[in-house]
Design a binder for this molecule. Structure first.
Ligand SMILES: C[S@@+](CC[C@H](N)C(=O)[O-])C[C@H]1O[C@@H](n2cnc3c(N)ncnc32)[C@H](O)[C@@H]1O
Length: 289
């Protein structure tokens, strides 16, 4: 499958507005992100989709959303190359919440007193470098300093990093689920070489809809690093699956979206206990009352 990548330099606000607009248009079949090239202080909108990109529909959406014409650069990616892995090769280790997340290319010594997790770049999200992931690792560390959960689920597990972090620290089984089958196979491999293969139950599931997830409920810890929209949609299911006193860690939320997510979870009986801010990204810790 060939993949086309559309890119355009925009302001930060324009780039995020376009990401929001794309999220509402399933028919365009696009995955969109906004990011900053810090070296030149320029924000970009980027989207990828199966070739050939429907540039005309997309330009029309941009025109309607931003009220101006946007010129997109379109490039076709070679399907034989694992571009995600390539772009992540050589990343430096991440230290967050006492976890040390490193790739197999790393040759330096592992620092003392950390929980080391080896995650290789793959076609799944979660090498620990994104602020949403470091926010979750720090929230997990804060929680584990005061209590040890025993019934845990990581929804939207990506590479399995957060589930592996929990399994390593608690030595207890953790459910790791994702909508994407590639995440599930990646998670199984990552759990194996981190020595927690027998603790991670990796499942393909949308949200909390899977018989195994229902069987293991209620949970005393639910972690979900997805995006604000899907997180708000998940609030009723999380409310049903969480036991009284459970901790809920939510990330993938832009600062201006946090209030909406907090309100959606408050309506299901969960109250905010802590908020962690990493650049533009907010991680929420909530408790089921
Ligand atoms: C931002 S990544 C987080 C990965 C990893 N947990 C981390 O913190 O680095 C979000 C993941 O959620 C998955 N996802 C998105 N919507 C989902 C849903 N409704 N149910 C389950 N997984 C979902 C995506 O496939 C992706 O792997």
């Amino acid at each position: 499958m060939q993949v086309d990548q559309l890119s355009a330099p925009l302001t930060k606000e324009q780039a995020y507005a376009l990401v929001d607009a794309v999220m509402e248009r399933d028919d365009l079949a696009l995955t969109a992100t906004a990011h900053e090239n810090e070296d030149i202080e320029q924000w970009y909108f980027e989207a990828s989709c199966e070739s050939p990109a429907n540039v005309e529909s997309f330009s029309e959406l941009a025109r309607q959303t931003l009220g101006m014409d946007v010129e997109f650069t379109v490039s076709t990616l070679d399907p034989e190359v694992n571009w995600v892995a390539k772009s992540l090769e050589g990343l430096a280790p991440v230290v967050a919440g006492g976890f040390y997340v490193y790739g197999s290319h790393e040759t330096g010594p592992i620092p003392h007193g950390v929980t080391a997790i080896r995650i290789d770049a793959a076609q799944a999200f979660g090498t620990g470098h994104h602020e949403t992931t470091t926010g979750c690792l720090e929230a997990i560390d804060k929680l584990l300093k005061r209590k040890k959960p025993t019934r845990m689920i990581d929804v939207g597990t990506g590479t399995g990093l957060l589930a592996i972090a929990l399994a390593k620290r608690t030595r207890t089984p953790v459910i790791a689920s994702d909508i994407d089958p590639i995440s599930v196979t990646t998670t199984i491999e990552n759990a194996e070489f981190n020595g927690v293969g027998n603790q991670i139950i990796a499942l393909e599931a949308t949200g909390l809809t899977h018989p195994t997830i229902a069987q293991h409920a209620p949970y005393d810890l639910i972690v979900a690093n997805i995006l604000a929209g899907p997180l708000m949609a998940l609030a009723p299911a999380v409310g049903k699956a969480a036991q009284k006193g459970a901790t809920i860690i939510l990330s993938g939320i832009l600062e201006h979206q946090a209030r909406g997510v907090i309100n959606a979870y408050a309506r299901q009986g969960m109250t905010l206990t802590q908020k962690l801010q990493r650049k533009d990204w907010t991680t929420l810790m909530l408790e089921m009352k």
